[in-house]
Design a protein around this ligand. Structure first.
Ligand SMILES: [Zn+2]
Length: 113
């Protein structure tokens, strides 16, 4: 009966409109019809483990020991990584680390300093 879209988060049909937002009363999801949903925006923004937005040139520290691909060394928790560069992909941080060289990290395993 309603022309409103179902909730993309829980598929509920009982959505309602509030201004430019569509709101799902079942799970609390809110989004803009036809536009970027908050989830889409998240995908374009790289965030660290604490949810802080990361940018090119930021300095971060590693929050857990990480195995370095193709070597037996481990990137220790607390390692500082300077001047990161954000890239697309599963490993979304491009960086150079003293003693390791150029490598890629996942943003979920670092925090902004
Ligand atoms: Zn929902």
């Amino acid at each position: 009966m309603s022309s409103l879209p179902s909730c993309p988060a829980c598929s509920s049909e009982y959505t309602y409109q509030d201004g430019s937002l569509i709101i799902c009363p079942e799970c609390g999801h809110e989004w803009v019809p036809g536009g970027d949903s908050p989830a889409d925006l998240d995908a374009e923004t790289v965030k660290d483990a604490n949810g802080n937005v990361l940018q090119d040139g930021d300095t971060v520290s590693v929050i857990k020991d990480l195995k370095v691909k193709g070597s037996s060394s481990v990137l220790k928790i607390g390692t500082r990584v300077k001047n990161i560069r954000l890239v697309d992909g599963d490993h979304n941080i491009d960086c150079k680390i003293d003693g390791f060289g150029a490598m890629k990290l996942k943003s979920e395993f670092v925090k902004k300093i």
